[in-house]
Design a protein around this ligand. Sequence first.
Ligand code: GDD
Ligand code: MG
Length: 349
Amino acid sequence: MQAIVLVGGEGTRLRPLTYSVPKPMVPLLDRPFMEHVLLRLRDAGINEVVLPACYLPEAIQRHFGDGERMGMRLHYVIEEAPLGTAGALRNVERFITGPFFVFNGDVLTSLDLGAMLEFHRRSGGIGTLHLTPVEDPTAFGCVEREPDGRITRFAEKPKPHEVTTNSINAGTYLLEREVLDRIPTGRNVSIERETFPQLISGDRPLYAYATEDYWIDIGKPENYLKANLDILRGTMPLRTVGPSAEAAVKHPSFVGAHSTVDRRAEVGPGVVLGRGCRVAARAHIYESVLWDGVVVGEGASIEGAVLAGDVHVGANARVERGAVVGHGERIPAGSVVPAGARVPTPLPA
Ligand code: GDD
Ligand code: MG
């Protein structure tokens, strides 16, 4: 079985985190997000993966190479300008030999891929879309279907008054190869706005496969933080992550290699420290994710925040809930990063 994982987006909603790394490379506990995704594919027997990339592709290539280390075959296809979620698929058609999976590169889910494949084979449609229920569908693709699963309408990012169901496109598709022939070449094409609506009005049906598995799109900081916390709490099972060893830390938390926590600091529960972090005495960290090399000064407090690599938080500084701090920023001693603030403030997309 082959898969295409879409990894070309700019990750604008994750800025400033995605100024230094592309979205697939943001860490989730002990390794880049994408590595968890690829391991999940490998476990399901998918060994060959095509990666249409565009924004900061070298970071992805440098880490995964040809995939041999993971026992997989990875092919990168770099877009000079973004081709869109369908254009990117058409652009890699030379690698695809039969039915194939497609994954949005920012989705974390416990979906059983084997069961979805089974469903697709039985239904005989031109494609199958994984659906998940959400409270607010306006940030997603809204999908209407018949009782037998046949999809009748796909509305991407509907206005509140256009919402007719809370079932949304969960970003995992199983498509017949002939779908690629229907995608125009040489321009940006959105699978959500163009290809799916077109397939729905075609002769061979498109089916929905709705499940209640764990599901989250990590493309917004609050969701990215939640994904980390859900893994710590075991809501989302991940076999790649073991328990944390650091004694001064309250569970569930995760402490990366070579990180040191002063025994007079209060860290956790719900804290992820990357590799080589240093937390000084009387510092207080709660429900937060700190990437590699973050230094937290004496008496500093961090709550509900995400700090990218090599950030320095000065003594007695306070980083409040929902704050996001970009790579290498210095938070001066005694200062406050207010709730929801982004440092530096991202440029408009
Ligand atoms: N190669 C390539 N080229 N990849 C792209 C491009 C492109 O031009 N544009 C987006 N992508 C990748 C992104 O990197 C991401 O992995 C995936 O396509 C989806 O893009 P997002 O920008 O994250 O889309 P979204 O989250 O707003 O909406 C999509 O996902 C929702 C589920 O999380 C849609 O598919 C919705 O219908 C869906 O509900
Ligand atoms: Mg997304």
